[in-house]
Design a protein. Structure first.
Length: 116
């Protein structure tokens, strides 16, 4: 029997072959407070110095609620559930689960009304 090497996959090729149900790739990007503030300012009619106190208050309350183990339903963010909490000498650690609608289902509504 004549078999060419094109018909027989080698082991390296077989290991690189895509699987039937690949896990979604996630990119870990850390968004800093300043960058987040700028994003909010771009999507609203307010300046960063107007948004900063409100954003700080919102983030502070989110942190308190997570540390207390409270579940939150905050559309369009989603439903946040605290799975586990742990207190260490330096920090409170919360393992949370966030359930969101798929991005293609979430309406793209700006924070500010469109300018005329």
């Amino acid at each position: 029997m004549d078999q060419t090497t094109d018909q027989i996959p080698d082991q390296a090729t077989a290991e690189r072959a895509p699987q039937d149900d690949p896990a979604p790739e996630t990119v870990s990007v850390i968004v800093r407070r300043r960058d987040f503030l700028e994003r909010v300012a771009e999507n609203s009619e307010f300046r960063p110095n107007q948004i900063k106190p409100v954003m700080d208050a919102v983030l502070n309350e989110l942190g308190k609620a997570m540390a207390a183990g409270e579940a939150m339903n905050l559309p369009p963010l989603g439903k946040l559930t605290v799975n586990r909490t742990k207190q260490t000498d330096k920090a409170d650690i919360a393992v949370v689960r966030l359930r969101r609608k798929r991005t293609d289902e979430v309406a793209e509504t700006p924070l500010a009304p469109p300018e005329d």
